[in-house]
Design a protein around this ligand. Structure first.
Ligand code: ADP
Ligand code: MG
Length: 621
């Protein structure tokens, strides 16, 4: 068994550089660190008294950018220059978001030359990556002020359901803000870490993480074994959250006091009062407030029970997601060890009570501030990456794709980048030549379409495949990536059971920078990569057709006319000559021509052979 060393983890990080944990939220963002004195995670306050930075940006007419709480008032005064919920746009194309365009009061646009959306503010266009970087910069500055040293490294969290491009966009936003993003961490993983779940190497746990934020909801079921966080399932609604509670209270008052034709600022005032009531009812049984609307003084009232009733329909929708997530996870209720509450909206009493009934009998963790818990967990992960908790290795996704080389030097991905770890994936392949008895399996890591641009990890030869026509053997290549990041590759010819395997072990490393460079290169070269792939695929197809046709001619000479033989040979020759032309279009058109010309032969020969068989003659093979 051969062993080749690779690193799927990031390298060592010097201790003295702080690494912060960042929750880049749709509504609110936070930055946290592990306090060196207490060893506990702590969210950092800015000049004000709050650890929360609202994910809001206002662009002043003079070019100034206001981030966070100070931008709040501009939601009413200058909605078209004030950006909220930018997280919803990360890694998205215009097509992805246009159904929700009404949700945004600022302008979301797409340009012909750009697939990802942009936001237009006055005459300037901003990508969601840039916009998020402004929020990250604010958090970075906050941390630097508090710690008194430059902050250059961070762990940033994303929802478990974020796809590749959304994760990549988040990484890029960090880079733009001057942060090296050491890890993109799943939010439910972070929340569990904040509660210390998964820090004991010997425990096996199943956790449901219920996250109800300002405008998004998701529930994830995790399996945690030996520090490995595996997302078994995730379900939710990206347009459901605390804002819906505010709207429910708002509508209730509107009906109660028959408030029609409110001005924009009156609407906003009533909405803010609704949020105020919701929050106040966390600590008191009844909310009362007088406001001036439409020239008269109104007395607004809301009771705790009333609030519970008003938000019931919203809660009902989260119940369905919980059911679905549990079902998808393949676990039964009694296999769950804990429920973790995340998101500011889980502070509402009715939510806490409801979640208890969704997972009856399962202990609910709500002792930490639910709006801080993701950032706190990110800080714990940062601490682990800093090497301060030596015995721990957290690995929940693989940062680069793993695959094998196929015909023409193409990379065929078996375990994609960001796939959860541990993972096991198998794919079927076959031979390309008649009677082929050996098959070389070359293992690569990277995002480029051609293996020569990726990093070679290992190679072995599957020997002793029984001689069969091309395409006949069924060779299963299985990749198993275990919890330590060790990759095992197995190849087996299924008809004969011939088998070979190899272990690829992480020993020396790719630094995070190298990983980054490989990812960047895959973006920069994406276009030319695709062209090369298409050309290579055309060449492969041409070679196969030439091979098949020549064999066909050899075997069936007697059944074709001289004319047909000549014409076919001519077409094969043309195709052979064009193999070196590197022109995909010519190749494809010659392939088509040859196919068109020879198709009737196959049918005719089939008929002849059937007729021969019926006459009792033996079939040639
Ligand atoms: P996100 O993850 O979407 O960025 P958060 O987790 O910070 O958002 O949640 C924001 C939501 O939490 C808002 O709808 C806000 O009104 C709500 N919220 C904050 N504090 C409380 C509270 N004490 N009681 C009820 N809801 C609250
Ligand atoms: Mg959140």
């Amino acid at each position: 068994m051969a062993k080749i060393s690779i690193n799927i983890q990031s390298g060592d990080i010097k201790k003295e550089e702080p690494i912060v944990g960042i929750d880049l939220g749709t509504t609110n963002s936070l930055v946290a660190i592990i306090d060196p004195k207490t060893g506990a995670a702590r969210a950092l306050k800015g000049k004000g008294n709050s650890v929360i930075v609202p994910s809001l940006l206002h662009f002043g007419p003079g070019g100034e950018i206001i981030v966070g709480q100070a931008a709040h008032a501009f939601l009413v005064d200058a909605p078209e220059r004030t950006v909220y919920s930018v997280k919803r746009l990360m890694g998205k194309s215009y097509g992805d978001v246009k159904d929700h365009e009404h949700f945004f009061s600022y302008r979301v646009i797409d340009q012909d030359d750009e697939k990802l959306v942009k936001v237009r503010i006055g005459e300037r266009f901003y990508s969601p990556i840039e916009l998020s970087s402004f929020i990250l910069k604010e958090l970075k500055t906050r941390a630097e002020n508090e710690l008194g040293v430059p902050v250059k490294k961070a762990v940033i969290t994303v929802p478990a359901y974020f796809n590749d491009s959304q994760r990549q966009a988040t990484r890029d936003a960090g880079k733009l803000a001057g942060l090296e993003v050491l890890r993109i961490l799943n939010e439910p993983t972070a929340a569990s870490l904040a509660y210390g779940i998964g820090l004991d190497k010997n425990e096996i746990k199943h956790v449901a993480v219920y996250d109800l934020g300002g405008g998004t909801f998701d529930v994830s079921i995790l399996r945690i074994t030996q520090g490995i966080f595996e997302v078994l399932s995730t379900h939710g609604d990206t347009y459901l959250g605390g804002d819906d509670f505010d709207r429910a209270v708002y509508s209730h008052w509107q009906k109660q006091h028959q408030l029609n034709d409110l001005s924009k600022s009156e609407t906003q005032l009533l909405r803010l009062s609704a949020e105020e009531a919701k929050i106040a009812l966390g600590t008191q049984k009844i909310f009362e407030k007088s406001i001036e609307l439409g020239g008269q003084i109104l007395s607004l009232k809301l009771g705790l029970r009333e609030l519970g009733k008003l938000i019931q329909p919203v809660l009902e929708r989260t119940r369905n997601s919980c059911k679905q997530a549990l079902k998808d996870s393949g676990l039964t209720l009694d296999e769950l060890d804990e429920v973790v509450l995340v998101g500011g909206s889980t502070r509402t009493q009715a939510v806490k009570e409801a979640v208890k009934t969704y997972f009856p009998g399962i202990p609910v963790n709500d002792s930490l501030n639910p709006d801080e818990v993701v950032a706190l967990g990110a800080a714990v992960e940062a601490d682990i990456l800093a090497g301060n908790r030596k015995d721990l290795l957290l690995l929940d996704v693989t940062p680069l794709s793993l695959g094998i080389e196929t015909l023409g030097g193409l990379m065929d991905v078996i375990i994609p980048r960001n796939n959860k770890v541990p993972a096991q994936v198998a794919k079927s392949y076959s031979t390309s030549i008649d009677g082929q008895v050996n098959l070389k399996v070359s293992v690569y890591q990277g995002e480029r379409e051609l293996v020569k641009e990726n990093r070679k990890l290992a190679e072995f030869v599957l020997k002793g495949i029984p001689s069969m026509p091309a395409g006949f053997p069924k060779i299963l290549v299985k990749f198993t990536l275990n919890a330590d990041g060790i990759l095992k590759v197995e190849a087996m010819e299924e008809r004969s059971g011939v088998k070979q395997d190899i272990e690829v072990k992480p020993q020396y490393g790719l630094t995070d920078q190298e990983v980054e460079n490989m990812l960047l290169a895959s973006i920069t070269h994406a276009d030319s990569d695709v062209k090369t792939r298409l050309l290579l695929e055309a060449k492969n197809e041409a070679s196969q057709i030439i091979y098949i046709t020549e064999r066909f001619l050899e075997k069936n000479q007697g059944l074709l006319s001289d004319d047909e033989l000549q014409q076919t040979a001519l077409l094969v020759n043309d195709l052979k000559n064009s193999l070196e032309s590197n022109d995909k279009d010519i190749l494809l058109s010659l392939i088509d021509e040859l196919n068109e010309y020879t198709r009737p032969f196959a049918e005719r020969i089939m008929d002849i052979r059937i007729a021969q068989a019926l006459k009792g003659k033996s079939l040639e093979t």
